[in-house]
Design a protein around this ligand. Structure first.
Ligand SMILES: Cc1ncc(COP(=O)(O)O)c(C=O)c1O
Length: 378
């Protein structure tokens, strides 16, 4: 028997898009025929379908996930003078959006088992200026929203879910099961191409159950217009192209199948990785069904880079999400949250490795990754 030694990429977008190629091309040709590139039925149809998917009454398509966070915060009235607490281990954009809304990010530590926002640590950082919490559903796993809701209620804080990595993830909160995007008052999604639901370019959305917030986001994405040439806010040009919406509707129809494939592969990874000494898995909280945007493991920090090099030599691509917590980025030096202020996130940053994960990965490829990892660990 021959063993396939072809390189295993970190993600394989071309394979993911191939089955829908004819539909994407047909949507492009429709746009060329109709000349409808901004607004119109493709946007409305995608927004309705995505709202239904999340179980939220409203979805508003915007240009990027970062815009989704900025507009969500602005729609809630969060701005200059306010503090917003979020997780130190996230993509930089989460904090950046807080700054763009005019508020000040406060980075809180993450839970050592799940690597998600630690509500207890967030509670210790609440001040009279705190207005909002942004839990990040990192790696496809929903944050501890029961604890976050309790904290928010105690201090009358808004909650914005950063659901950029968690389209379709569910978690049981206070006795009911919710999808990401329908748990807090407002949520922000990214459709960056590699996300579980990806555009063929940039994209994002805000979901909300609050009609007034939905209306404000719609206004803010369109230069603050309440009606044509009636500008009531200083807004943004943050509209998502009609073509991206048409393509996203096509991809949305395949999202549940893609997420199910990711879960199956994650279960296989977890069973095999559980046999290895020296590998720590990210815990799956009880009552949750993560969608494995990323498959992250932790290894001894002193050996992490050598292990990645060994995997690379075996043709296996890996990544790190994220190698430096947000509070230690130079752009946020002025916050004064130096080393030691979020010790769990700081340690994890030195230990994490993201392994290949995408719906078209095969169980045999997972076995190859785990076998190579076992050899690298010695
Ligand atoms: C957790 C998180 N928040 C926010 C963003 C920002 O989204 P975008 O790149 O679409 O602006 C991303 C993705 O890049 C992300 O992973």
């Amino acid at each position: 028997m021959t063993v396939d030694r072809a390189p295993i990429p970190f993600v394989d977008l071309a394979a993911l898009l191939r089955p829908s190629r004819a539909e994407y091309v047909a949507a492009f040709e429709r746009a060329l025929d109709t000349g409808g590139f901004v607004g119109g039925p493709a946007v409305a149809e995608f927004e309705a379908a995505f709202a239904r998917f999340c179980g939220a009454p409203h979805a508003i398509a915007v240009r990027t996930g970062t815009d989704a966070l900025v507009l969500a915060l602005r729609a809630l009235g969060v701005g200059p003078g306010d503090e917003v607490i979020t997780a130190a281990n996230s993509f930089f954009a989460t904090a950046e959006a807080i700054s763009h809304a005019g508020a000040t990010p406060v980075l809180a530590d993450v839970d050592d088992a799940t690597l998600l926002l630690d509500a207890g640590d967030a509670a210790r950082r609440v001040t009279p200026r705190t207005r909002c919490l942004i839990p990040v559903h990192l790696f496809g796993q929903i944050a501890d929203m029961a604890a976050i809701r309790t904290l928010a209620a105690a201090h009358r804080l808004h909650v914005v879910e950063d659901a950029a990595q968690a389209h379709g993830a569910t978690r049981s909160v206070d006795g009911a099961t919710w999808r990401a995007g329908a748990i807090a008052d407002v949520a922000a999604f990214s459709f960056y191409p590699t996300k579980n639901l990806g555009a063929l370019g940039e994209g994002g959305a805000v979901t909300t159950r609050d009609a007034a917030v939905a209306e404000a986001v719609r206004r803010l994405r369109d230069h603050g217009q309440a009606g044509r040439h009636d500008h009531v806010d200083i807004g943004h040009n943050a509209r998502l192209d009609a073509l991206q919406c048409a393509w996203l509707s096509i991809s949305l129809a395949r999202l549940d199948a893609g997420n199910a494939a990711r879960r199956r592969l994650a279960a296989h990874y977890r069973a095999r990785l559980g046999e290895l000494r020296g590998v720590r898995l990210v815990a799956e909280p009880a009552g949750s069904a993560p969608v494995y945007h990323l498959m992250v493991i932790r290894v001894d920090a002193a050996r992490r880079d050598a292990i990645r090099d060994r995997l690379a030599a075996d043709g296996i691509a890996t990544a790190i999400h994220y190698p430096r917590p947000i509070h230690l980025q130079r752009a946020y030096a002025h916050l004064g949250q130096g080393p030691g202020s979020c010790p769990v996130a700081e340690r994890a940053a030195d230990e994490m490795i993201s392994l290949p994960m995408y719906p078209d990965l095969t169980a045999e490829q997972v076995d190859r990754v785990v076998d190579a990892l076992a050899a690298a660990l010695g």
